[in-house]
Write a protein that binds this ligand. Structure first.
Ligand SMILES: [Zn+2]
Length: 65
């Protein structure tokens, strides 16, 4: 199964909301291995996810325990 860049972007974005299936993760990895553009998109997703995570962590710390 070969993904298009469009399908890859969709899986990357879905991966934010749900656990991807095994075949989806494999297809994603294969595409990322051959496609520099989607590797950049993936890096941006990772960066955003880390940024959002650290933001929500800060928010939690401000709440009284
Ligand atoms: Zn691609």
């Amino acid at each position: 199964m070969m993904l298009s860049c469009k399908q890859t972007a969709r899986l990357l974005s879905q991966g934010e909301d749900r656990e991807l299936g095994f075949s989806e993760r494999v297809a994603l990895r294969v595409h990322l291995a051959i496609c520099k553009g989607c590797r950049n998109v993936n890096a941006q997703f990772k960066f955003l996810r880390a940024a959002v995570k650290s933001l929500s962590l800060d928010e939690n710390e401000e709440k009284p325990a």
